[in-house]
Design a protein around this ligand. Structure first.
Ligand code: PNS
Length: 163
């Protein structure tokens, strides 16, 4: 059975992430979405909340599960017995960081291969950071995240359109 690990912060999950998950679910027997616990970014959503949002958004994909991991990604790859790591590549600007991370991970664990997947062009400019910012100022994010995330963001920030 081929398992792939899709790691990230997912704060919150976006349609771009979901597009990558859906593509990966067609290529692998099992996709584990790994929410990183030790990310140094200040998160809006707790790990449990992120896990619930991803799980709900992926409920139509039976071979997708959501887990959390703490520490190094290469250790999570061993822990989940993953064949590879999936990362989404949106634009050339993502490339340098992703390239460096993929090579470093392979240096740390020769078995850690990274596969890059491109989301639909409609999502290449979508990021969790921008979604949070747009929502904070009452902008419409409904085209970029699933409905459950729209609701969760509105609850979290108490924001909404004020027109
Ligand atoms: O969604 P993000 O924030 O781009 O995800 C980054 C993430 C969580 C995949 C990356 O920071 C990571 O792998 N963290 C685990 C710690 C680790 O292994 N760091 C060394 C990477 S070479």
């Amino acid at each position: 059975m081929k398992t792939v690990l899709y790691p990230g912060s997912f704060d919150p999950v976006t349609n771009g992430h979901l597009d990558v998950i859906e593509r990966a679910s067609r290529l692998f027997d099992q996709v584990i979405v790994g929410v990183a616990l030790n990310d140094d970014k200040t998160a809006l959503f707790s790990f449990e909340e992120r896990k619930i949002l991803i799980t709900q958004a992926c409920r139509a994909l039976p071979n997708v599960t959501v887990s959390m991991f703490n520490g190094l990604l290469v250790e999570a790859v061993n822990q989940f017995q993953a064949t590879a790591v999936i990362r989404g590549l949106r634009a050339v600007s993502d490339f340098e960081y992703e390239f460096q991370m993929a090579l470093m991970n392979r240096e740390l664990n020769q078995a850690c291969e990274t596969i890059f997947m491109m989301p639909k062009p409609a999502y290449i400019f979508v990021s969790s950071r921008l979604i949070k910012e747009i929502n904070q100022f009452g902008g419409d994010i409904s085209a970029f995240v699933p409905d459950i995330v729209v609701k969760a963001l509105k609850q979290k920030t108490g924001s909404g359109r004020h027109d």
